[in-house]
Design a protein around this ligand. Structure first.
Ligand code: PXP
Length: 253
């Protein structure tokens, strides 16, 4: 039986590290734990402003993925600098995303409808395919008919549907049926072109389930919720470990 793949985005392990300028928590150690737990790939986003993942993390996380013989999915903006990095690193997947410095997280999908942007993205894909032919490419886009029809004109391997609005509506207990309907309906455009149909952004354990039930996507990339939840699952044992150390050293003999 075939099941959907889970890519775990570990950007926010780096967020915590960068917040204090320390060398912990170690992103590569996080990749090790995630892959040892059975996840199917690691996703990291090297942002232009380097707010979380740093350049040195990319080869280090990639090496850990290779150790498990599993893919690294490198998310990046469509700039010359990023395409050069991808060509040097040759990750198994590159996911091209829109990037604005002022945004808190990736807001919305790539604009493939404006001819200028379409050409820019297509050129970037062609360059990647030429200099790193083994690297598969996905485009992070909104689930709109015109958008997906433009995507299939590009030399890509998959689209990743931005599930942010769906996830927000789910969190707010609003109707989600229209999202599910369009994800299912427009899947045909992508499958007819022989491409992969991936999803990500804002998903939680609860909001993932309706998508799984409907058997919509083949791959999910999930980060913020997994890292957040791991605080609660890990906090107790870590405090116990520290108390065990403290309790070895009474103040008076
Ligand atoms: N997929 C893409 C393309 C993203 O940009 C992000 C956020 O970096 C994710 C998946 C993961 O989103 P979240 O952290 O909200 O689960």
């Amino acid at each position: 039986m075939k099941f959907p793949r889970l890519g775990v985005n570990i950007d926010h392990v780096a967020t915590l590290r960068q917040q204090r300028g320390e060398n912990y928590p170690d992103v590569t150690r996080a990749a090790d734990i995630v892959l040892a737990a059975g996840a199917h790939q690691i996703t990291i986003h090297l942002r232009e402003d380097r707010r979380h993942i740093q350049d040195a993390d990319v080869p280090s996380v990639h090496k850990m993925c290779s150790h498990f013989d599993l893919p690294l999915n490198l998310e990046m903006g469509c700039s010359d600098e990023m395409i050069e990095i991808a060509i040097l690193e040759k990750p198994e997947w590159v996911c091209l995303v829109p990037e604005k410095r002022e945004e808190r997280t990736t807001e919305g999908g790539l604009d493939v409808l404006s001819p200028f942007n379409f050409d820019r993205i297509k050129l970037a894909c062609e360059k990647l395919k030429k200099f790193s032919p083994e690297t598969k490419i996905s485009l992070f886009v909104e689930c709109h008919e015109e958008v997906l029809k433009k995507c299939v004109e590009m030399p890509i391997d998959a689209v990743e549907i931005h599930t942010g609005d769906y996830a927000r509506d789910f969190q707010d207990s609003k109707d989600i049926s229209h999202h599910l309907k369009s994800y299912k309906k427009l899947k045909k455009i992508i499958k007819n072109a022989g491409l992969g149909y991936h999803a990500g952004h804002g998903l939680t354990l609860s909001s993932l389930e309706p998508l799984l039930k409907e058997k919509i996507f083949e791959e999910y990339n999930i980060g913020h919720w997994i890292i957040s939840e791991s605080i609660f699952l890990g906090l107790g044992p870590v405090v116990k470990e520290m108390l065990a150390l403290i309790n070895k050293y009474p103040l008076e003999d």
